[in-house]
Design a binder for this molecule. Structure first.
Ligand code: ADP
Ligand code: MG
Length: 331
């Protein structure tokens, strides 16, 4: 990614530069659906900021309002201190946008498409090749856009958001159609962009991704920001239990449930799973009963925090992964 457009020097905004994004009291309603409900947040320059939340939570609507593609009913947005709406041509070179439904010049090849996008920004042609390379599309450069696979098209959409070297990059579920290798490859591209000082606003359903990439995340539920913090702090503050996985046959469920500190016992995927908030105590009890050979532990992850929070704030059912194929024993 080092070959793409160098980052434009940030204009000096005085000693206390405006944040990359400032959202204040933004609301948006479609008919009787309150898609975004009084959202306020700041995204700092150089920050990798994740926006998470269930389908329909309002992520795309909020991002499109930030991008200046949609008008809020009320509230205000400023990018580097300037409003993106109505269409602000001074901001356009500074921001890169990949929307959930990207438009393409379908009769062009991947390379022609990106060249056309680059030309709109007056960008040197070398940046086109470098950007295609960075998203792993060099081998597809001469393929018509309409013949690209879903994942390849997704990568072209990402390239289109990056080719002009923007300071502030909005990516709305960029990894949704990507296979695991392409997903990890994109992580590396994004880490390089962050290392160059760019600001990234990112929506995803992959909690591992948010944990691996984001400095801070906001979880949106029913159009409202439920929580904003670093993944580290969210996991640290969570009440989500740790899990000890024992090979089956070591302890029966009653024995496991009788261990002091065990909250719940299930059988999942060939393991006896003990949920606990006092992992040390339970581990030492298990050690005395059967030894720790083959015992695995799993501490709370961002996914646990997310599922816990969204389950509490919505009436949506818990993830089926939590309950399928398990026998439960409540001690
Ligand atoms: P997310 O990106 O979190 O899945 P969206 O912002 O796409 O959520 O949608 C939020 C809510 O607003 C949903 O209930 C969706 O159906 C509704 N919505 C989004 N766009 C429109 C639109 N153009 N017209 C009417 N309703 C919309
Ligand atoms: Mg969306």
């Amino acid at each position: 990614m080092s070959e793409v457009q160098a980052m434009r020097p940030t204009p000096t905004d005085g000693p206390d530069p405006a944040p990359a994004v400032r959202v204040q009291g933004v609301s948006k309603r479609y008919g009787d659906r309150q898609a975004v409900d009084d959202v306020s947040l700041d995204i700092h320059r150089g920050e990798f900021f994740g926006l998470l939340g269930p389908n329909g939570a309002g992520k795309s609507t909020l991002v499109e309002i930030m991008e200046g593609l949609r008008q809020a009913d009320s509230g205000s947005v400023a990018l580097f201190g300037e409003p993106p709406w109505p269409r602000n041509t001074a901001l356009l070179p500074r921001i890169g946008v990949q929307t959930q439904s990207s438009a393409f010049f379908v009769r062009q090849t991947a390379h022609e498409h990106l060249r056309t996008v680059a030309a709109l920004y007056g960008v040197a042609r070398a940046a086109v090749d470098a950007t295609l390379e960075s998203v792993g599309l060099t081998g597809q450069r001469d393929i018509q856009v309409e013949s690209l696979s879903g994942g390849q098209r997704q990568r072209l959409a990402i390239a289109s958001a990056l080719v002009h070297g923007p300071e502030l990059i909005f990516l709305d579920e960029p990894t949704a159609a990507l296979d695991p290798q392409a997903r990890r490859a994109l992580w590396e591209v994004l880490r390089a962009l962050k290392a160059e000082g760019r600001t990234i606003v990112y929506t995803t359903h992959h909690l591992d991704e948010a944990e691996a990439l984001c400095d801070r995340i906001a979880i949106l539920v029913d159009g409202k920001v439920a929580v904003t913090d670093s993944p580290h702090n969210l996991v640290g503050a969570s009440e989500a239990p740790s899990r000890l996985m024992l090979p089956l046959g070591r302890l029966d469920e009653q024995q496991a449930a009788a261990i002091s500190g065990v909250d719940r016992v299930t059988v999942q995927g060939g393991s006896l799973v003990l949920e606990t908030r006092t992992a040390g105590q339970v581990l030492s009890a298990v050690d005395q009963l059967t030894g720790l050979d083959g015992v695995q532990t799993r501490t709370a992850s961002l996914e646990d925090v997310y599922l816990d929070l969204t389950a509490r704030l919505t009436s949506a059912p818990q993830s089926p992964l939590r309950t399928a194929d398990t026998t439960e024993h409540q001690p």
